[in-house]
Design a protein around this ligand. Structure first.
Ligand code: SAH
Length: 408
């Protein structure tokens, strides 16, 4: 009999009596799962754990504080024998057998007529794993399956969700593990993916081969021509009934022109949703061990694009005001203009020995941090041959993170 596998079945226990004999930790682990399925749970045991006692007190279960009686089985659709006395468990399972009621046994699976699988749930799907009586193996497998479902790694295409439109997905600072679960799911459900250079590109390898992948780096150059083409493509594909993911590094709304894409979609009547990402001005310093705020050191942090040098006619940043700030400055797209920015900050009154950290290729295998000061930044960037992408952090938080370097 042992050679046969168990026959899986989904019991619909709502409103049905389930008898649990025993009130120890095994019962405590089983009862919440039964309650979640709406079962009418009766626990029979002279003593129970405080958690079970609490459920009884709250009226969620019935507890009979006494030993097992064969008549307890009369109304039960399903039975769990979970006392620490094998003789009692045997009485329970024998009584259940006579009544043709399935019975789980905590002490001896071979003597039981039912086994409890490792159970996980995800969006209306129940995953139950029965791992040849190896509970750890079952639990591990259950965890992996549920995680894959959550992350969208298993092709769980719920076609009821297959509405066309555009989803802006923030990919985080670069490492694939730092992307949100919602973002990964949207990516895995996409028909078309329009990806930037800084988006976590390793994830694109997981896309199925029928997904159309549009690499923005290969679109015509020139900032506005390229953006117009992106707007045109995402709108056109969505109007053709596709699910389009616009996939960018960090967060699409942080120096990502994401809202121009939202506007283009709205003008065309295309539905658009936004899934935020971990943005690099916070996440990249963090992975490099630098906090953007620290009690007693910085009560503010200011994120600034350095793609235009101070004094440039199109610049929207008033650098003299920035130089007057006390807190942390986080400069993005600033490698090229860093010497001019450092000079403007010193001119405006920030001390030349203000600590600066340049974090390059954050979260990637090539990540490195160059420590500097406003006064020496230009020379340090040149000597270290720093290339984008890099985040430049200015302020006392850098010395908090690297006290030895700054002799503090
Ligand atoms: N939308 C993105 C930022 C795009 S602007 C976000 O929210 O993070 C591009 C700039 O972001 C780069 O020039 C660099 O300053 C910064 N950046 C993005 N990813 C980075 C990374 N992994 N390491 C260092 N800097 C990064």
């Amino acid at each position: 009999m042992d050679d046969f596998p168990p026959y899986p079945s989904g019991l619909r226990l709502a409103g049905r009596r389930v008898l649990v004999v025993g009130g120890g930790h095994v019962s405590q682990r089983r009862v919440p799962g039964l309650l979640a399925c709406g079962a009418d749970v009766v626990v029979v045991s002279p003593k129970v754990t405080p958690a079970i006692e609490g459920l009884a007190g709250a009226g969620e279960i019935t507890w009979h504080a006494r030993g097992f009686d064969d008549a307890d089985l009369d109304d039960a659709w399903y039975v769990i024998a979970a006392t620490n006395d094998p003789w009692v468990n045997e009485q329970v399972s024998a009584g259940a057998e006579r009544r043709r009621t399935f019975c789980v046994r905590a002490d001896d699976a071979t003597a039981a007529t039912a086994w409890t699988p490792a159970v996980g749930r995800h969006e209306g799907v129940t995953v139950a794993v029965l791992g040849s009586r190896d509970p750890r193996r079952s639990a591990r497998l259950r965890d992996e399956i549920v995680e894959c479902l959550r992350e969208g790694k298993l092709a769980d295409h719920d076609d009821r969700d297959a509405t066309p439109g555009v989803v802006l997905v923030g990919g985080g600072p670069g490492h694939p593990d730092l992307m949100s679960i919602a973002g990964r799911k949207a990516l895995m459900a996409a028909d078309v993916v329009v990806a930037d250079r800084l988006a976590p590109r390793e994830l694109l390898g997981d896309l199925s081969s029928d997904v159309e992948l549009i690499d923005v780096a290969k679109l015509p150059r020139g900032r506005s021509a390229q953006q117009e083409e992106i707007n045109r493509v995402i709108v056109a594909r969505a109007q053709a009934g596709k699910r389009v993911v616009r996939f960018k590094g960090g967060d699409n709304f942080v120096f990502g022109r994401g809202f121009e894409e939202v506007q283009a979609c709205r003008e065309a009547g295309v539905p658009v949703t936004i899934i935020p990402g971990l943005t690099s001005p916070v996440a990249v310093p963090a992975v490099a061990g630098i906090p953007v705020t620290h009690r007693g050191v910085a009560h503010e942090f200011t994120v600034i694009s350095g793609h235009l040098p101070p004094g440039h006619p199109e610049s929207l940043t008033h650098w003299p005001s920035v130089a007057g700030l006390q807190g942390t400055l986080v400069l993005m797209m600033a490698v090229q203009n860093a010497p001019a920015i450092a000079a403007a900050l010193v001119d405006g009154g920030r001390p030349a020995d203000t600590p600066v950290a340049v974090v390059c290729d954050g979260t990637m295998a090539t990540q490195r941090t160059v420590l500097s000061t406003l006064g020496t930044l230009a020379a340090d960037l040149e000597r270290e041959a720093v290339k984008p992408p890099a985040i430049i952090v200015v302020g006392g938080v850098v010395a908090v993170a690297h006290p030895d370097h700054y002799g503090r």
